[in-house]
Design a protein around this ligand. Structure first.
Ligand code: ADP
Ligand code: MG
Length: 461
């Protein structure tokens, strides 16, 4: 379904508007979908409702209505150190909290008065797991959070970008929590949506003196999901705010799903101002980091459910299988917890496989290059790439060369002659011979078969 929508609207539109749309339920003729913000909801409704409906109808002809609702973030007045709600009931709680009060009960008085967006008490530095892909972003955020009023500002703005679900909001909210609880600074966290509809509107009703006054109260302005900032007036206000804050030595922190240069709807001046500070990209979560996040979620859940445990092999399985984003990792642990509590059963691998099967998306086949194969094989066998391409026939080069050709044939769409050419101008029959040879060996020789598997994994990472 998502695939159909993606190809119908194109990758850019899809990732801007639909990446965070979730299916809640399907009932006879209506499909219930949810998005995280009101802004997304109204945008999708006004611009894409027909598209969404027709994509569903293509799969389920009976569907004639799409219900779109806003999934609410946890709105909570409690400070970060307060115990989080048990994971299994959290979803329901979120919903009912949202139903009870549509108004936000944001975190602190400061935040409230300035119209900040609600914060999730769980998104703190303490719960943020650091790994290779986010070390720099984490360090920069930490540095910003630890600054004191009047300290010289090191990088301004700090601009963090990554794909969906890789921890931007987590990091930004961590900065906000730390700033507002740790020292006397005022940190204001706003989604771009809130900035557009709340902040800007409030500012417009004020005189420019009052505007300056309002800004003076903010030490750190944090803006999340900047890619949603739209419209000329808003942009002008944003530019104005950005300049005023930066010039006054106040810190600005921004997150978006793309680098500043790709924010097409923004004015060139704003883009270059954004790019003028520190721009940090967070790469997709590596397997270690995914494992770390899963572990920390289990530890958090165990605070309330002492009997809950997820065996190491299950954690490893989840870390390997759920590759796309942090929200799915969290979802997986919540499901296991719910399942094991409801059925009073320990978590097993079978249970995990069954519970999370829909979170495992077929990994988009990565295009593997022959150069990469040669490089990684050479490294593994401690020979040089030119050895692989050379005509040397010593055993220590022949085997790696055959393995590399075999991988080139099985992992790429290149033809035998093409592979031959790329391996120092060899004949296609030589390549075929190598492929057959290795095929025959991997079924008998465990060491070789492990090596080949490990090479494949390295190439697919
Ligand atoms: P983004 O804003 O980049 O789309 P989020 O910050 O909302 O992503 O992260 C999605 C989920 O993954 C959240 O539940 C978040 O807590 C979790 N997550 C992502 N990265 C990490 C991390 N490094 N450590 C702990 N949790 C993480
Ligand atoms: Mg986010």
């Amino acid at each position: 379904m998502k695939g159909r929508l993606r190809s119908s609207v194109g990758e850019d539109v899809y990732s801007s508007w639909f990446a965070r749309m979730d299916l809640e339920s399907v009932q006879d003729e209506s499909v219930h979908l949810s998005v995280p913000t009101r802004f997304l909801k109204s945008w999708i409704q006004t611009h894409y409702s027909d598209k969404v409906l027709s994509c569903w109808q293509a799969e389920l002809p009976d569907v004639n209505r799409i219900d779109l609702t806003v999934r609410s973030p946890v709105r909570c007045a409690a400070p970060a150190k307060e115990a989080p709600a048990p994971a299994e009931s959290r979803r329901d709680e979120q919903r009912s909290a949202a139903e009870r009060s549509n108004g936000a009960a944001p975190v602190s008085a400061n935040h409230d008065a300035l119209g900040g967006s609600p914060l999730d008490p769980r998104l703190t530095f303490a719960s943020f797991v650091v790994g290779r892909s986010n070390t720099l972003a984490h360090a920069a955020a930490k540095q910003v959070a630890e600054g004191r009023r009047g300290d010289p500002v090191m990088f301004n703005p700090l601009y963090i970008h990554s794909g969906v679900g890789l921890g931007k909001t987590h990091l930004l909210q961590a900065v906000t929590w730390a700033g507002n609880t740790g020292n006397e600074r005022k940190v204001l966290y706003l989604t771009a949506e809130k900035f557009m509809y709340g902040f800007v509107a409030a500012l417009k009703t004020q005189t420019s003196l009052a505007f300056k006054e309002a800004l003076r109260g903010i030490d750190v302005l944090v803006i999340d999901d900047l890619q949603f900032l739209q419209g000329k007036t808003t942009q002008a206000e944003f530019c104005h705010t950005l300049n005023a804050l930066i010039d006054a030595g106040r810190q600005v922190v921004v997150a978006a799903d793309r680098p500043p240069s790709d924010l097409e709807s923004l004015d060139e001046r704003v883009r270059s101002r954004l790019a003028g500070g520190l721009v940090v990209e967070m790469a997709p979560l590596g397997e270690d980091l995914r494992l770390g996040i899963l572990r920390s979620r289990v530890v958090a859940a165990r605070a309330h459910h002492a009997s809950f445990d997820v065996p190491q092999p299950v954690l490893e399985y989840l870390a390997r299988a759920i590759t796309h984003n942090g929200r799915d990792l969290e979802g997986a642990i919540n499901r296991l917890l719910a399942h094991s509590k409801l059925n009073n059963q320990p978590v097993t691998l079978e249970m995990a496989e069954h519970e999370v099967r829909d979170l495992i998306r077929p990994s988009e086949p990565k295009r593997i290059k022959i150069e990469d194969i040669q490089r990684i094989v050479a490294r593994q066998y401690n020979v040089s790439r030119s050895d692989l391409l050379s005509s040397r026939r010593t055993a220590n080069v022949v085997r790696p060369r055959q393995v590399a050709m075999y991988l080139a044939k099985t992992l790429t769409l290149r033809s035998l002659p093409e592979i031959g050419r790329r391996f120092g101008g060899r004949d296609h029959t030589t390549v075929l011979h190598a492929v057959r040879k290795i095929e025959g060996l991997v079924s008998k020789d465990n060491t070789l078969s492990d090596e080949v598997e490990s090479l494949k994994r390295q190439l697919q990472e």
